[in-house]
Design a binder for this molecule. Structure first.
Ligand code: KG4
Ligand code: ZN
Length: 330
C-alpha cells in the first residue's frame, strides 16, 4: 500500500511516498530556513506564501523520485494540526484537491503523532507497543504513553516554552545563529558545561518548564559579559544544552521506570541532538529508539507512515477536514 504524505505545518514544505507504513520510496523536504533566517524566526505570513509557491513542485518531485503515477497511490495523508493556520491550510486544501480529482481516500494526521511514526521508518528498528514517547520539537515537549496505534495518553507537557523553542531563544541570546538547536549543538562542541544553570524538576510531575532556564541564561550572559569571549559563549552553550538534556532524560527515564514500559521512542527536531540521544542510550534501562536526524525534523515520510496506520484502522477524513492549529495529542 503506497501513501502520499503532505506536510506544511510550519516552515517546511514536504511530500513523501511511503510503502506499507515503513519503506521510504521518496522523501522531499523544501526548507524555508534561509528565508526566515534574516528575521531570526518564522514569519507566519511569509511561511504560508512560500508553501503556496512550493507545494506543487515538491509533490511532483516526490512522485517522480518514487517513479509512481496517481494510479499507484492508495491514499493521501496530510497534517491538519497543530501548526500555523495559514501554513496548514495550504497542505490540507492541496491534499483535498488531489483526493477529489484522483478519487483517493484522505486522512488528516496530527503532526505530533506523525513525529512518533518517524521511528517506524528506520530500517531494522521495530517499535513495540505499549511504549513511552518523548516528542520534543519547536512548538511542543510532550511525554505520551502510546498504548496502540492511535491510542495515546498524555503524561506530561511543557508548562511554558518547548525544548526546541528554548534552544532557539538561547541561540538568539548567545548570537550563534538560526535555527537555534543545531547552532547551540555546534557551538557547545568546543565548550565545557561548567556554568551553573537551573533545572525545573516540578516535583514528581512529568511536566517540563524551560522559561526559567532561558531567563537564567539571559542574566548569566549579562552579568558575566559572556558575549565578549568566544570560549565563554561555547561554555554557556554547552551548559545550556546540558541543562535541557538533563531534565528531558531524567524525567522520561523516571516515567519509563514508574510505568514499567519496555521501550522509549524519541522524536521531534530536538531528538536530532547528539548529546540528548547519547544521554538516553547511556542511562535508560530499556531500549531507546531514535529516528535518524533528517527524520527527527519535519518531513512528510512520518506523516505518510502515520497515515498508513490510520487507513489500516479505517480512519479516513471527509472533505470537511479543516485545520486545527491548536490540536494536541492524548
Ligand atoms: O520537529 P521540528 O522540525 O519542527 C516542529 O515541529 O517544531 O523541530 C524544530 C525544532 C527547532 O526548535 C530546532 O531548533 C530544534 O528542533 N532542533 C534541535 C536540533 N535540530 C533541530 N534542537 C537541538 N539540537 C538539534 N540538533
Ligand atoms: Zn514538527
Amino acid at each position: 500500500m503506497k501513501i502520499l504524505g503532505i506536510e506544511t505545518s510550519c516552515d517546511e514544505t514536504a511530500a513523501a511516498v511511503i510503502e506499507d507504513g515503513c519503506k521510504i520510496v521518496s522523501n522531499i523536504v523544501a526548507s524555508q530556513i534561509d528565508i526566515h533566517a534574516r528575521y531570526g524566526g518564522i514569519v507566519p505570513e511569509v511561511a504560508s506564501r512560500q508553501h503556496i509557491l512550493t507545494i506543487i513542485p515538491v509533490v511532483d518531485k516526490a512522485m517522480n523520485e518514487a517513479n509512481v503515477t496517481w494510479q499507484d497511490i492508495d491514499g493521501i495523508a496530510v497534517t491538519f494540526g497543530p501548526g500555523l493556520a495559514g501554513s496548514l491550510l495550504v497542505g490540507v486544501n492541496f491534499a483535498k484537491a488531489i483526493s477529489l480529482a484522483r478519487q483517493l481516500p484522505i486522512t488528516g494526521v496530527n503532526h505530533l503523532e506523525a513525529h512518533i511514526y518517524a521511528n517506524w521508518l528506520e530500517k531494522g528498528q521495530s517499535p513495540t507497543l505499549p511504549c513511552l514517547c518523548l516528542i520534543v520539537s519547536g512548538g511542543h515537549s510532550d511525554l505520551v504513553l502510546m498504548k496502540g496505534h492511535g491510542q495515546f495518553e498524555k503524561l506530561g507537557r511543557t508548562l511554558d516554552d518547548a525544548a526546541g523553542e528554548a534552544f532557539d531563544k538561547a541561540a538568539r541570546i548567545l548570537g550563534v545563529g538560526y535555527p537555534g538547536g543545531p547552532a547551540i549543538e555546534q557551538t557547545a562542541k568546543t565548550g565545557i558545561p561548567c556554568l551553573p544553570l537551573p533545572r525545573a524538576w516540578l516535583g514528581n510531575s512529568y511536566n517540563f518548564s524551560f522559561s526559567g532556564l532561558k531567563t537564567a541564561l539571559w542574566h548569566l550572559v549579562q552579568r558575566e559579559k559572556i558575549l565578549a569571549d568566544p570560549s565563554m559563549i561555547a561554555n554557556t552553550a554547552a551548559s545550556f544544552q546540558c541543562a535541557v538534556v538533563d531534565v528531558l532524560a531524567t524525567k522520561t527515564i523516571k516515567a519509563a521506570k514508574d510505568l514499567s514500559v519496555q521501550q522509549i521512542l524519541l522524536s521531534g527536531g530536538v531528538a536530532a541532538n547528539k548529546l540528548l540521544t547519547e544521554r538516553f542510550l547511556n542511562s535508560s534501562p530499556v531500549p531507546v529508539l531514535v529516528p535518524p536526524p533528517h527524520l527527527c525534523t519535519d518531513n512528510a515520510a512520518m506523516v505518510a507512515s502515520c497515515g498508513y496506520y490510520h487507513f489500516q484502522t479505517g480512519k479516513t477524513s471527509s472533505y470537511d477536514l479543516d485545520v486545527m492549529p491548536s490540536l494536541s495529542l492524548g
